[in-house]
Design a protein around this ligand. Structure first.
Ligand code: GLU
Length: 435
């Protein structure tokens, strides 16, 4: 079982999507289930509607899943498991006040040592728990730190170890009885028998904590972990919300298509047999073994290049539908413009003027009017050569006076691909185009 466990706390970005794609692909290759678990345990950070948005994005990228659940549905189980650890003396209740903890932290800072829980309450068990509950005294539950170093072999990052002090006696159930991220996540992975967790590098230090939780809960199956390196921006810094390209919304607005984004995210920091591929093709050879453990740099020019290739590979009629047509010829027309455009928005800026009313006010306006009239009265002409001879004959115009106004009349632009390539694709729209 593999899973994608997004938090509904913000817009889904490319690093999240890469995690979703990799989990989906490995599940598909292994023919095991792929589930989506919305990690909404931290109520204060949830943003309404983000879960739906995430699911819509998965659909857009054709990442089908076997089930969707919300972590909050398991709240009861998380609480029961925390109390079980308490009863088994593997956890303890802690009544340290925020003030006390703050002072401990300040002390560590002063002594220049990493902060660790003081152990002040570590002998408080199930008995104290009942009493505190009765008396309405606020408390949290902390898991006891391990006795030995926790070691784990990450499939991308290699051997990872954490000493008992690094794991520490951390909080698993907050004062409001809700589980912390590490606890809820470890319990749910255990309950779903997740065998491989692929996620972002920012979770690397959480892994020993989650392994520790599962060990104390008596879970015996092995969970493998693979932490994907971060993505850097063009300045070599970790991409953040200040980088537009991290946002899928922005990438869509710019006119990048899902096939491109998926291709690029699979390619990033990977050894692949080709540069341009679809996700079904990548399923044939994708392997975590080829993913680099160092960060990869986001390159918008490469993304543009890939987008151009995927638009070129798209079915003509499907491409035309993006511009409001259901006509393979319009798809072909768009592809001609791929010589000078790489995104949907750039293509739109070429196609739209062709079908919009033309401007007759400029230098060539008069000749354009003459041609407009000739075209309106002309029979249907099949080839560009015949068309141009007809216009020449009827208008008496030639050379510059013929081609410049004709280009403006047919495309609304001063420059562009050869008119002889464009004409056969727009000839059935000529009355609309040349006006
Ligand atoms: N909910 C976490 C996040 O969105 C992911 C946790 C995980 O994959 O274990 O960062």
């Amino acid at each position: 079982m593999l899973r994608f466990a997004p938090s509904p706390t913000g817009d889904m970005h490319i690093e999240n999507l890469r995690v979703a794609i990799f989990n989906y692909m490995i599940a598909k290759q292994r023919d095991v289930n792929f589930i989506v678990r919305i990690e909404d345990a931290d109520k204060e950070r949830n943003i309404e509607g983000k879960d739906t948005e995430i699911l819509q994005i998965l659909e857009k990228f054709a990442l089908p899943h076997n089930s969707v659940s919300h972590q909050s549905e398991n709240l009861h189980i998380h609480q029961t498991l925390a109390i079980r650890l308490l009863e088994e003396k593997k956890a303890f209740v802690c009544t340290c006040t925020p003030k006390e903890l703050e002072l401990d932290k300040e002390e560590s800072k002063k002594n220049r040592v990493a902060y660790r829980y003081s152990g002040r309450c570590s002998s408080m068990g199930a008995k104290e728990f009942s009493k505190l509950k009765q008396d309405n005294v606020p408390f949290v539950i902390r898991i006891k730190k391990p006795d030995v170093t926790i070691a784990n072999h990450d499939l991308i990052k290699g051997d990872i170890t954490a000493t008992p002090n690094e794991v520490d006696s951390f909080v698993i159930l907050r004062a409001d009885s809700t589980p912390t991220y590490n606890f809820a996540c470890a319990c749910d992975d255990m309950l779903s028998d997740v065998s491989l967790v692929i996620r972002g590098e920012e979770h690397l230090s959480n892994t020993p904590k989650q392994i520790h939780i599962k060990q104390l809960l008596g879970y015996e199956q092995e969970t493998l972990y693979a932490h994907l390196p971060i993505i850097l921006n063009s300045d070599g810094k970790k991409m953040s919300n200040t980088d537009d390209a991290i946002s899928l919304k922005w990438l869509f607005e710019q006119g990048f298509i899902p096939d491109t984004i998926a291709n690029y995210l699979i390619l990033l920091g990977n050894k692949t047999p080709t540069e341009i591929f679809t996700m079904p093709e990548a399923l044939e050879w994708f392997s975590l073994d080829n993913i680099s453990k160092s960060p990869a740099k986001f390159d918008i020019d490469k993304l543009r290049f890939i987008n151009c290739k995927h638009l070129g590979l798209m079915d003509d009629k499907r491409l035309s539908s993006i511009f409001g047509f259901a006509d393979a010829n319009i798809g072909k027309l768009a592809k001609i413009y791929l010589e000078e455009a790489s995104t949907i928005s750039e293509l739109e800026s070429k196609i739209k003027p062709i079908f919009s009313p033309k401007n007759f006010e400029g230098e060539h306006g008069e000749q354009m009017r003459i041609m407009e009239k000739i075209i309106a009265d002309a029979p249907m002409i099949d080839t560009f050569d015949e068309f141009i001879s007809y216009i020449m004959k009827e208008s008496g115009l030639k050379d510059e006076n013929l081609f410049k106004p004709l280009r403006l009349l047919l495309t609304g632009a001063h420059h562009g691909p050869e008119l002889s390539d464009i004409y056969p694709l727009i000839k059935s729209y000529l009355l609309e185009v040349a006006s």
